[in-house]
Design a protein. Structure first.
Ligand SMILES: Cc1cc2nc3c(=O)[nH]c(=O)nc-3n(C[C@H](O)[C@H](O)[C@H](O)COP(=O)(O)OP(=O)(O)OC[C@H]3O[C@@H](n4cnc5c(N)ncnc54)[C@H](O)[C@@H]3O)c2cc1C
Lengths: 378, 482
């Protein structure tokens, strides 16, 4: 394993590499990529934190836990609620902030607050030729030149090794509350979540799961804010469904926290074997996709726009789902001929390959993880 | 501001190019008469003008693709244009270019309230997107002051923001998908009515690429339910620094206003003379707006005012009604117009970390004396996006150049303070040659590599964003037709 302590050393390591490198933050995603491991863990530490400007800058290998701790001390947080993959994947190690940004990891609050990429303000990275590049900065509005910050966020290290990221952070609200609707089927649940998210009450989480508390499916709606505001909004949300005679309960604080952490981390599937897929879709297409999936189990987040599926190992879920607006990612499980990331339409694929060829001309950064090559490797 | 010398070879082929364009577009959609092409000679950066060789107004994605294919084959540069409100010269043509105006493509293609999205043709104006959904209680969040005129296409190209982006984000945070035509005429689809388009984040890359990667013809946008209500509080301070500290304290306290706007004394004076909004005469004025139910608004405003009182404001005026809110916003909304009454102005939009606000304002004041030009500052204070308005006299020889020199110094100061050259208006031609202050050669090289992939012949809006010297070798690549 190569574990540089400075950005310059990391750039040298990439420049002098003669074979593919497997880029690793905390290694909690367990990607199987050929090549010697290049770890960013040696690049650790918060470079700058300005609570009054809602910004934090940290080296890529900084543990997420360290960042969360520093933020918590000022009553702030990473509002995009990044998932911790360890329970689901059975991996060890410390998730790093660079890994979170590189994989654009976002949790339930995505529907209201945005994804990791929406909070990423700036990056520094080393491209496949060993050049150190910076883009964006540490201010919240920046349209100076192309937005490579977005490009790097979600590129899983295939275009460059992140060495530093700067992020927008937000205050932790005074409290949160969750309204749970019981007994709705998939279609009714998607409609209920759409109704809630189409209301002015700023739902920051909307999920639907079967068999959480008991046999009744639960449709959960979260609101956050000042104490009085949360109470008011929960009442208003209840009012939306009162006429339909839906069975409702307001979760206790602990239950709310526990529930959303489970939704975030796909906790439901951590103890069961099988492949796990993440499908991004139009919420109203969800019920049809669930029916077509013939999956062992599933639940949805993002108001129905994100469906987590558990399938038997080796099932090609994409083949079952057919054509729809969206894409599927295989999060747990590997099989011959099944790419982890959804294959792209030819025009888009050509651009993506073009970018990879420019940013990583020798094809040494996480080779085969994304793009057409991933199908050859898999 | 220098522009590349137009290619005489291309201009000599004007007849053939126009003929080919006329073969794929209706007669009135190809403008080539020299008197008529003048309508496209500039955008809102009116100091620079140059009529294009021709302008086309396609009405469908297909027609856009035909136009681009022909221009690609003929090696003709294309400058995409929305409504021409760019303040950075983003839509400024060169004499050898074809302007591709998207204004005829302004239909709403689909509204989907259940999934909270709208699909529009990109020539649709920003405000009319909200107009299409507001009866149902929804709105499109990014709200540039130019929203009555500017097109979604231009918003996407510039990644435009507005007063409310502190809470709702800028264009890139509200864009879910696009149909885009590549320079060679290929039509591609990215994203749609679902979150996070798969694969590399090309959507994030296209947003803010200033019309250099492809021509966006359709867009899927996120729409949001309207809040129950909104009300501002106005506060005045006798010191910029104190106002800055107050902003910081509000943000830290966990209240998340939708907008925090800042005006300094020169700007307050100009606006008062023009709009008579009844603002207090002081060094710094803040307008802080919050949203929610009546009770929620009361609660948040009371917290904000408590923080403000700790900073000894000279004025604290809480709006209690729609009329009072309108009165508070009146001055801010007329600020540009007010400055325009006094003189010609140049509007910059460098962004700085909120913490360096006092230092930057002090330095701008000093420079104003040095250059002998007045400056007023309006400011999206919550996110550090400044809008210094430098006053000059366009009829006075040398004044524009002096103003540009002063502007450049302010932008360099923003970069030194840890900020950037432009927060929402884009680079265009205006800040093109300052890019080297913010980015090292290899940083620019990485960005130009992106353009190489999307537009290998550098035909799309080629003279923008990158310093001419940096992009020169690429712009001189042998064109497809030669
Ligand atoms: C009074 C005033 C106030 C303003 N206030 C704000 C503000 O509050 N916030 C803000 O962010 N901006 C503001 N602006 C700037 C301007 O309105 C925005 O940049 C706007 O998004 C430009 O839109 P447009 O349709 O006019 O684009 P244009 O000026 O026509 O073009 C802008 C850029 O977009 C490209 N482009 C146009 N169409 C396409 C297409 N179909 N595909 C690809 N590229 C394309 C052009 O090539 C050009 O580079 C203001 C401008 C004025 C004059």
């Amino acid at each position: 394993m190569i574990k540089p302590e400075t950005e310059a050393a990391l750039a040298d390591a990439v420049k002098s590499a003669t074979a593919p490198l497997c880029i690793q933050g905390g290694g909690t995603r367990g990607f199987e990529v050929a090549g010697e491991t290049l770890s960013t863990a040696g690049l650790s530490g918060i470079t700058l934190y300005e609570p009054g400007a809602l910004t934090i800058v940290a080296q890529a290998g900084t543990p997420v836990s360290q960042i969360e701790k520093a933020l918590a001390a000022e009553g702030q947080r990473l509002a995009f609620e990044p998932m911790d993959h360890r329970p689901l994947l059975g991996t060890e190690g410390e998730p790093t902030i660079g890994g979170v940004v590189a994989a654009n990891v976002s949790g339930p609050r995505r529907i209201q607050g945005g994804a990791a990429r929406d909070y990423a303000l700036g990056v520094r990275f080393v491209d496949g030729a060993g050049n150190i590049v910076k883009n964006g900065g540490r201010v919240m509005k920046n349209v100076t030149g192309y937005d490579l910050v977005k490009l790097m966020s979600g590129a899983y290290g295939t275009l460059g090794v992140l060495t530093e990221v700067s992020l927008k952070v937000l205050p932790v609200p005074e409290t949160e509350g969750t309204l749970m609707l019981r007994g709705l089927d998939d279609t009714a649940a998607v409609a209920a979540m759409a109704r809630a998210m189409g209301s002015p009450f700023e739902v920051t989480g909307a999920a639907h799961c079967a068999k959480i508390l008991d046999d009744d499916p639960i449709t959960a709606l979260r609101v956050e804010g000042f104490e009085a505001s949360v109470a008011y909004r929960l009442e208003q949300l209840k009012g939306l469904f009162a006429e339909q005679g839906v069975d409702m309960l307001v979760a206790s604080d602990e239950m709310s926290l526990w529930f959303w952490q489970g939704v975030r981390d796909a906790g439901k599937f951590s103890e069961v074997a099988g492949d796990v897929w993440r499908v991004s879709c139009k919420p109203t297409d969800g019920p049809r996709l669930v029916a077509a999936s013939d999956a062992e189990e599933c639940y949805c987040d993002w108001g129905g726009g994100l469906i987590w599926f558990l399938t038997a190992p080796g099932v090609d879920l994409r083949a079952r789902l057919g054509r729809y607006d969206g894409h599927a990612t295989l999060v747990r499980g590997r099989s011959e001929g099944i790419a982890q990331f959804e294959p792209q339409a030819p025009g888009v694929e050509r651009i993506s390959e073009g970018l990879r060829a420019r940013f990583d001309p020798r094809g040494i950064l996480n080779r085969g993880l994304m793009g057409a090559a991933s199908r050859e490797v898999a | 501001m220098e522009m590349p010398t137009p290619d005489a070879g291309i201009m000599a082929r004007k007849g053939r190019v126009v003929e080919r364009l006329q073969a794929v577009l209706p007669k009135d959609a190809v403008i080539h008469d020299e008197r008529q092409t003048r309508a496209y000679e500039c955008d809102a950066l009116t100091a620079y003008k140059c009529p294009p060789m021709a302008a086309v107004l396609p009405a469908s994605t297909r027609e856009v693709a035909d136009v681009l294919r022909i221009c690609h084959e003929e090696g003709v540069p294309v400058v995409p244009r929305g409504s021409g409100t760019s303040l950075a010269g983003g839509a400024l043509p060169t004499a050898d270019s074809v302007i591709l105006g998207i204004a005829r493509m302004n239909d709403v293609l689909e509204t989907d309230y259940e999934n909270r999205t709208i699909r529009v043709q990109s020539g649709r104006t920003n405000l009319s997107v909200t107009g299409a959904v507001e009866e149902n209680g929804f709105f499109y969040a990014p709200d540039p002051s130019s929203q009555l005129a500017c097109a979604i296409a231009g918003n996407i190209a510039m990644n435009s923001g507005g007063a409310h982006c502190l809470k709702y984000g800028v264009t890139t945070n509200n864009l879910m998908g696009v149909t885009m035509v590549m320079m060679d005429g290929e039509i591609i689809e990215i994203g749609g009515a679902y979150m996070d388009a798969g694969g590399l984040d090309l959507l994030g890359l296209i947003c803010g690429s200033e019309g250099q990667l492809g021509v966006v013809t359709e867009a899927t946008l996120r729409i949001l339910p309207k809040p129950e209500g909104a009300r501002p509080v106005l506060m005045g301070f006798d010191d910029n620094e104190v106002a800055g500290a107050c902003v910081s304290d509000i943000i830290k306290a966990g209240v998340l206003p939708v907008a925090i706007e800042f005006m300094d004394r020169p700007c307050i004076e100009a606006t008062e003379a023009f709009a008579k909004a009844g603002y207090p005469m002081c060094e710094a004025l803040l307008i802080v707006e919050v949203e929610g139910s009546e009770a929620e608004i009361d609660h948040q405003l009371s917290l904000i005012m408590k923080i403000a009182r700790r900073h000894n404001p000279v004025e604290l005026r809480e709006s209690k009604s729609a009329e009072e809110s309108a009165a508070i916003w009146l001055g801010r909304k007329s600020a540009f117009g007010a400055m325009g009454q006094i003189n010609d102005y140049m509007c910059l939009d460098g962004t700085i970390p909120v913490s360096s606000l006092p230092m930057v304002l002090r330095r701008i004041g000093e420079m104003s004396e040095q250059f002998g030009l007045k400056v007023g500052n309006v400011f999206h204070a919550g996110d550090g996006n400044m809008h210094p308005l430098i006053l000059f006299d366009a009829n006075k020889p040398g004044d524009l150049e002096l103003c540009e020199e002063f502007g450049a110094e302010i932008l360099k100061l923003c970069v030194e303070a840890g900020g950037c050259l432009t927060g929402e208006h884009g680079v265009g031609i205006e800040k093109r040659d300052l890019m080297g202050y913010q980015y090292a050669p290899q940083d620019l090289e990485a960005q130009m590599a992106v353009k190489d992939v999307f537009d290998p012949g550098w035909l799309l809006n080629p003279a923008k964003v990158f310093p001419l010297s940096a992009s020169e070798s690429r712009r001189r690549l042998p064109m497809a037709a030669e």
